[in-house]
Design a protein around this ligand. Structure first.
Ligand SMILES: Cc1cc2nc3c(=O)[nH]c(=O)nc-3n(C[C@H](O)[C@H](O)[C@H](O)COP(=O)(O)OP(=O)(O)OC[C@H]3O[C@@H](n4cnc5c(N)ncnc54)[C@H](O)[C@@H]3O)c2cc1C
Length: 257
């Protein structure tokens, strides 16, 4: 029998204007050296929200504190009442441990839908830049682009098998660049900067979505401005920070203390 959400999940969801539900793990499957797909069942259409939204998962709990991590929804199957997350598991953290050890039948508190960055309307092209942690969001968003349009991807990967792809609607042109991290530090923006420099941006108005490591996201803002994007044409969100665990509520630590 499915239990009820914990009281602090219900309170947090109310504060966030979201919904707390208990979901059941249906399957987990490794997709690549860095990513594991986790499919959850329960209240899926609500928790999954729209392309760009994420769900907040309770990944660890002790007497003292609760650890939540946010994962973009990769896909939703309304008929089955299921949604799937792509979770990075190539590092040592509460979220990666949760995904690596999750088993069918596990029950987990989920708060959703979360997140404010959705697909921009009335633009001619969409530019998605980040690392593997951003692929779920990028592909769900890109799959919802109406033709005619163009989607451009610059994604840094550490393993060639992380170069997962997707199929977009007919009439949506795709330019995809996977940049090899080549042993660079995860907060070194050089890879994405060189990928951007090599890219010819299409004519017309575009919107850029930057999801990934804290310092890398910051380093991309100026070069995008130099390429003609107004600040309102760029949506940036740090997903994690090199060398620093995310805070218990799921956000990367912003201060340098
Ligand atoms: C809105 C939002 C959406 C997100 N969507 C996704 C998503 O779809 N998929 C996803 O995997 N993550 C996503 N994240 C990031 C996710 O919430 C976690 O921060 C991340 O999985 C790390 O959590 P953790 O508990 O495993 O590690 P933490 O305890 O946060 O960190 C432990 C250590 O691992 C390092 N680390 C953390 N993440 C990575 C990484 N990706 N690569 C290398 N080292 C890392 C940290 O620097 C730290 O040193 C999202 C974050 C936000 C805010």
């Amino acid at each position: 029998m499915t239990r009820s959400p914990l009281v602090h999940s219900l309170e947090l969801a109310a504060r966030l204007g979201a919904v707390a539900s208990v979901c059941e793990v249906v399957t987990t499957s490794p997709l690549s050296p860095s990513l594991t797909a986790v499919t959850l069942r329960g209240n899926a259409p609500t928790l999954a929200g729209q392309p760009g939204n994420d769900a907040m998962i309770l990944v660890g709990e002790s007497d003292e504190h609760v650890v939540r991590r946010r994962y973009s929804v990769r896909s939703v199957d309304e008929e089955r009442d299921e949604f799937t997350l792509w979770v990075t598991t190539g590092h040592d953290g509460d979220g990666s441990h949760w995904a690596a050890s999750a088993a069918p039948g596990d029950q987990v508190d989920v708060i959703g839908p979360r997140g404010k960055i959705l697909l921009a309307e009335d633009v001619d092209w969409h530019l998605f830049m980040g690392d593997v942690s951003s692929l779920a969001a990028f592909y769900r968003m890109a799959e919802s682009i109406d033709a005619p349009s163009q989607a451009l991807f610059v994604v840094e990967i550490s393993h060639s098998e992380d170069a997962l792809t997707t199929q977009l609607a007919d009439g949506v042109g795709v330019t995809g660049v996977f940049v090899d991290r080549a042993q660079r530090a995860p907060n070194d923006p050089a890879g994405l900067l060189s990928g951007l420099a090599a890219l010819t941006l299409p004519p017309g108005r575009g919107h850029a979505y930057l999801f990934g490591e804290f310092s890398v996201m910051r380093a991309l803002l100026r070069p995008l401005a130099d390429r003609g994007l107004e600040s309102t044409d760029v949506s940036s969100k740090s997903f994690w920070r090199a060398g620093r665990p995310n805070a218990a509520h799921g956000e990367p630590v912003k201060s340098d203390d």
